[in-house]
Design a protein around this ligand. Structure first.
Ligand code: NAD
Length: 299
């Protein structure tokens, strides 16, 4: 079984890593917040205290970090600290599953290529529930050879694995998806609030829209109104899940990409601004479905 280094054991990384352990992989883990690695270490993972240690004696490195700046720092180094590329040996496959700007993915990919090392960007869709169930969708950018190699590992954590194109293409596919998700979540909050303000029960209204043309992922699996769906973050104090600050980041990535390709994204820009206002009120660590509270506030 593969020997894998996993870096970034947050809301997504921890359940993904757990599925690799369940599949029988030898796992080495590293996170700046060591406490996050504890359940995995109890499940059999080896705890490492540095980037150098975690990438030693492995076949595959997987990173699941917040944003492009973290990915660049971890792979390339920053502030006089070496990145992991200084320590990996040839033959190692590098997989970054964070959602970041395509340019950072290309810069890291090129640096790896110069060392003769394979790199793919492989961002995911499916949320924490999909990560725990091993049903994530992976959107992969990289060479055909690297994709085939990565697929063998990703299949332990996901159900649908797409090859979007060369390095950076996975991120572009993911950015388009999350632009749509931000718009759908905003629209779902808006429609539910309109109905409630006019006397409708949110459970009844949700059922009506689920069987009608307003049906969408946010409504079906992630209802933003508390107590409509027992399993959604809304019914658990909006604990993430997917933090509002990460949705703001992703909508920003969509707008950056649109500026480069001279595409028009008026709906995405509106959703981004809604999240910016919501986050500025101190909600950035709450789940992104907490935008519902922004709509509910009448002041
Ligand atoms: P998170 O903040 O919960 O986890 C990120 C982890 O990376 C943290 O534990 C942090 O300590 C660690 N980290 C940061 N810098 C590090 C470094 N230099 N070395 C080692 N560890 C470091 O975020 P998350 O929700 O798990 O999301 C991770 C990525 O996945 C983001 O890019 C996000 O946009 C994307 N994503 C999240 C979801 C979701 O539902 N949460 C869904 C799809 C994609």
């Amino acid at each position: 079984m593969a020997r894998i280094a996993f870096i970034g054991l947050g809301n997504m990384g921890a359940p993904m890593a757990q599925n690799l352990i369940n599949a029988g992989c030898h796992l080495q883990v590293f996170d700046l917040v060591e406490a996050l690695t504890r359940p995995l270490v109890e499940a059999g993972a080896i705890l490492c205290h540095s980037l150098k240690d975690v990438v030693t004696n492995v076949d595959v490195v997987i990173t699941m970090l917040p944003a492009g700046e973290h990915v660049r720092a971890v792979y390339l180094g920053a502030e006089n600290k070496e990145g992991l590329l200084a320590h990996v040996t040839s033959g190692t496959l590098l997989i970054d599953s964070s959602t970041i700007d395509p340019e950072s993915a290309r810069v890291v990919g090129l640096a790896a290529q110069k060392q003769g090392i394979e790199f793919v960007d492989a961002p995911v869709s499916g949320g924490v529930a999909g990560a725990a169930a091993g049903t994530l969708t992976f959107i992969v950018g990289g060479s055909d050879v690297a994709f085939e190699h990565a697929e063998k590992v990703l299949k332990h954590m996901g159900k649908n694995i797409f090859h979007a194109g060369s390095v950076g293409s996975g991120q572009m596919g993911k950015i388009c998806n999350n632009l749509m998700l931000g718009i759908l979540m905003s629209g779902t909050c808006e429609a539910l609030t309109l109905g409630m303000d006019n006397g409708l029960d949110p459970k009844v209204l949700s059922n009506i829209m689920l069987q009608s043309s307003g049906r969408n992922w946010a409504l079906e699996l992630y209802n933003p109104c508390p107590d409509v769906m027992a399993t959604s973050p809304a019914s658990n104090g909006y604990q993430p899940g997917f933090m509002s600050k990460l949705m703001l980041k992703d909508l920003g990535l969509g707008i950056e990409a649109a500026a480069k390709s001279q595409s028009s994204v008026p709906m995405g820009a509106l959703a981004r601004n809604l999240y910016a206002l919501h986050n500025a009120k101190g909600n950035e660590l709450l789940d992104f479905s907490s935008l519902f509270e922004f709509y509910q506030s009448k002041s």
